[in-house]
Design a protein around this ligand. Sequence first.
Ligand code: ASP
Length: 431
Amino acid sequence: MDTKKPLSLTSRVIIGMVTGILTGFIIRALFEGNGFVDAYIVNGLFEVGGKIFIASLKMLVVPLVFVSLVCGTSSLKDITTLGRMGGKTLSFYIITTAAAITLALFMGTVFQPGAGADLTAASTFAATEAPSLGKVIIDMFPTNPISSMAEGKTLQIIVFALLFGIAISAAGEAGERVAAMFNDLNEVIMKLVALLMNIAPYGVFFLMAKLFTGLGLSAIVNLAEYFLVLSAALLIHGLVTYSVMLKAFAGLSPITFLRKMEDAVMFAFSTASSNATIPVTMETAKYRLGVDNKVASFTIPLGATVNMDGTAIMQGVATAFIAQAFNIDLTMGDYLTVILTATLASIGTAGVPGVGLIMLAMVLNQVGLPLEGIALIMGVDRLLDMIRTAVNITGDCCVSCIVAKSENALDIDRFNDPYAGEKEEEVHLHK
Ligand code: ASP
């Protein structure tokens, strides 16, 4: 009898990631410039495999966000809960983002990663203006929910789903029938997420192998100080700030929390997109951490769009770095402007790969720093993007747990159970 226990999903994803990275390095070392390997392996197999994986993750985002949020809202006994929950969630998101940029500006000014570069500017970049608060708010309201869904506008989908859910709970018997259907749909979609997670080890392998075949690591040597200060700030925020918050506001164990984040963190790392990671973040929040659907379905998609602490940290360190490299002094007022612009820009932009650089252009513009500073850091941005995306989604789950705990919507036994969530990840395709 075969008694071998199958490897857990997490172990399989780690294996996929590590072998992918090694394969990338080996191909780069042994086959650089080899036409066949380039065309059929790197830009063939790896690219196709990776793209399909990302596409299938993204495919789930809109139906998942809509259906789970409708379920969550329609299950609320009292609609005022929604206002209270929304208030708490947004407050925590704003506090963590502001704390993140402050930490970044502090580390950027203390360690001076750009000092001594002595560059002069001849601006060639153009930046878009940072959105005003009014515009950010107006943009949250859909005129046509179908087009919001088609364009994947998460905030608009959230608003529509909230209203739809409220209407269901106010519609008596008809509402109950629709709610039952949405609950069933939700189960099915979560199964689809589980199904997809089972192919993740291969997807992650393809993504990593492709990325590391082309990743120029020499840029990291040149920008070592920037890279180190930024990674350190990301690590401190990811490990320390969230741990303190979890303990202080919810009395939860940070170690348990961080261990349970591993799947979501790996997905975020390999896709560099909080948006594409929503299905996995949601799965982690609900099944691993024990957050009730009525909280998770609201906090997670909202967080993927408005709460980007890792990205905010990058804005802070990069601004300090560029100011130092071009010998430009920033005033206290400038620093405040950086904090405000970065927070606002992060609310209005979706979590997709590389969007941090676009936001940085807005921030630099706002404080009058040369935009070609962006060219300086572009070479190392991809790797940092992966790390900051992991921080972004960890922040979403941390706030989700805190809000759930305060709303009595956190299953503590599930949170403390190290194996929680494994059953949900099993998919049996035969009856
Ligand atoms: N890639 C990040 C995210 O999706 C955003 C960024 O910092 O570029 O969360």
